[in-house]
Structures are given as C-alpha cells and as structure tokens.
Design a protein around this ligand. Structure first.
Ligand SMILES: [Zn+2]
Length: 175
C-alpha cells in the first residue's frame, strides 16, 4: 500500500483489527520513508458497481465519494462515526446485492435517504435538500411535508399524538 503523503511503497501495518461488526478490517499503517500514519479498510466486495449518469456517462462506483457526501450531511451531528460507517456499509451491501451492476445516482440517493432517516433527522433533511436539488423547490417542500420531517415535534403519524394526548388528559383528570 502506497503512502498517501509521499507515495513511498515502504509502508508497514502496525495494527489490524475488525471493524463495523466484523464486516471490515481496519489497518493502521506507518510509512517508513516520511513517518506518515494512515488507515486502510478492507471490505468484501460482492459485485463491481457502475454508476450510470443521466448523460449516459459511466463511472465506477466510489464508496469514498458516497461516504464524503454522507459526512457533509452529518457535520456537527452527534452520531458516532462507527454508526455512520455501518449505515454506509449497509447502503453499499444493498446496492451490491440488488442483482444489478449498473446503478444510478437516484438508486444510491434513495438508499442513503433511508439510512439517514433511521440515523439523524437533521442530516436526513440536509441530504434531501442536495439530493432533490434537481427538482423544483415546491417538489422539495412536498417531499419534506410528505415525509413529515418539516416540524420535528410532530409525531410520525397525526393520529398517534392525539391518542397520547387523550391518554394523558384522562390521566390528569382522574385524580
Ligand atoms: Zn510517506
């Protein structure tokens, strides 16, 4: 493994351990030339994926690019990096096992949205604003309203909070 700082091939593995619940191996490496330290991850690749752009251009799927877009959405959010990595790995596993080697950015976006929805609602909205950018503003608003994330204090469905309030009221009135 070439050193990312000085391009030397004289690098050593100093530490190797399981990561992401055993689905990856994390290696700490040290460059013998410049002393630089860096980390590599080894993961199973089930399938070679190609991203087909709207223009028809084909590029190899890049997990790091996907991870960077997620990291931007996760900025300053209090979610452990390990959980974010797990979510990204989950997205990649789903893409790899979908049976299709050709994927679109929409396929990736939809899965990332699903993953973020379960992780952090602010990051979800941030990502959505980028992901849906190509659409009209009204569409994005519909999207937010449709997903019920526009107002965080409202419940996932309108009926549940009503039922809870009713229960609370009954409790308060009882004594
Ligand atoms: Zn180096």
């Amino acid at each position: 493994m070439r050193c990312p700082f000085c391009n030397s091939e004289d690098t050593q593995v100093k530490d190797s351990r399981q990561a992401e619940d055993g689905s990856a191996v994390r290696r700490r490496r040290l460059c013998g030339s410049c002393g630089g330290r860096f980390t590599t991850f080894e993961r199973v690749q089930l399938r070679e994926l190609t991203v087909v752009k709207k223009s028809g251009r084909r590029t190899p799927f890049d997990r790091d690019k996907l991870a960077r877009s997620v990291m931007i959405a996760m900025q300053k959010r209090n979610v452990s990096p390990e959980k974010v990595e797990q979510m990204i790995s989950g997205v990649v596993r789903q893409l790899e096992s979908s049976g299709n080697s050709d994927i679109t950015s929409d396929d990736i976006g939809a899965l990332v949205m699903e993953g973020l929805a379960g992780l952090d609602s602010v990051a979800y909205v941030r990502y959505a604003s980028v992901y849906k950018d190509f659409r009209a503003t009204q569409d994005f608003e519909n999207f937010i309203v449709g997903e019920n994330l526009g107002e965080e204090d409202k419940g996932s469905t309108p009926k549940e909070p009503d039922a809870e309030d009713a229960a609370k009221n009954t409790g308060n009135n009882a004594p």
